[in-house]
Design a protein around this ligand. Sequence first.
Ligand code: UGA
Length: 429
Amino acid sequence: MHISVIGLGYVGSVTAIALAKAGYDITGIDIDENIVSSFKKGNLPIYEPGLEKLLDEAIKEQKIRFATLEEVDEIGEIVFICVGTPSLQNGSVDLSYIRKSIKWVLERTSGPATIVVKSTVPPGTGKKLIRQYLSNTRLSYISNPEFLREGMAVEDWLHPDRIVIGGEDKESIERIKSLYSSIDAPVVITDITTAEMIKYAANSALAIKISFINEIANLCDILGADIDDVARGLSLDPRIGSGFLRAGLGYGGSCFPKDVRALDFLANSNGYSLELIRSAIIANNRQKFIPVKTLKRRFYDLWNVPVSILGLTFKPNTDDIREAPSIDIMNALLEEGADITAYDPKGIEKIRRIFGERIRYAKSPIEAINGTKAIVLVTEWEEFVRLDWQEAFKRMQEPKIVIDGRNALDYKLLKSIGFEYYGIGRGRR
Ligand code: UGA
């Protein structure tokens, strides 16, 4: 079966390569010539653990080819749409790439074919798109939201918690369901708007959970309780569950911030106010500035204070810096006149495009730390957890502060070495 995948970003590239590995003939399509030419050379243009190997195999097995929109001749019976749906200024979602993709499909086929939207679109979008573009055609529409975590996307594709398929006609639903037949996971079959809502509700629930544990952590800091033990105590209750209870500097990335804003906008524009989600957004915005507050309290004046930032991507094991807390933290510190040296295993080039000469870039964590008075760990890359902290201590200037923004470090070790250690909600320590 021939399948096209439009949009070769973090979601589309996993979709295209994984379906090719499942034995389907895939055409991976993107508007961006650089992305397509990179794939044609066999190079993955993003960093996603495990995916490059699958790409190599799929190319060798001749199951995948890549093309720009203009180059495509035949698009097959199924077209996955995995294009970006960025936030607009007011929090709503820009659907222009989705619309362009649907028009492009209509120009190339009169069907029968199935359009499968994997991009995250607000509940109600699919129904409107069908009315606008597909009502008198032989093209059907399926909503098939993705639940892939960056850095874990291959694993999440192969072992998902669930597969959600929203559609109007049974035949298309069955066709899409059969694509996943080799995957062992519960399948939720529903209507299109409900499938779209499941995606937003899932990301909102997780964002709320993060903001909840962060608020409890902040209170732990005030009252002298220990968030690590609180989280463990909570996680043993299966009704609460153990995931997403890591307190830190808040969520970032291309999904949670955008999706909770979009749901809030959608509710407002339909005359309803999502109070819980609004609070989660406010709490998350406040959370990322904790290191700035701590440093200002500690130094009062941050002018020329050398600070190192460890971790620039929004989380470890990705090169994605979209809505990364590091960006807001560094902007706020620069505003105060701090002298910043930053390091990240994968994110430096993208950060350099934003900050240019305004900060220094190091080639290793120790180089970043050298001569600084304070370290802010923003992203918990393994490399930082395993760092030679004795050596780091020797390289720093007094007062040798470590702000562990992800509670990732061994605080006992750091304190015994002599660091002034601050975690998030590790108050008693
Ligand atoms: C998230 C969801 O987890 C995926 O299921 C979903 O498919 C994806 O968004 C999407 O909508 O496409 P992702 O953004 O890759 O995936 O990253 P997560 O691992 O979920 O982490 C998101 C943010 O929450 C990160 O900034 C992370 O540091 C933060 N986080 C996560 C915490 O602060 N505490 C936690 O306990 C867990």
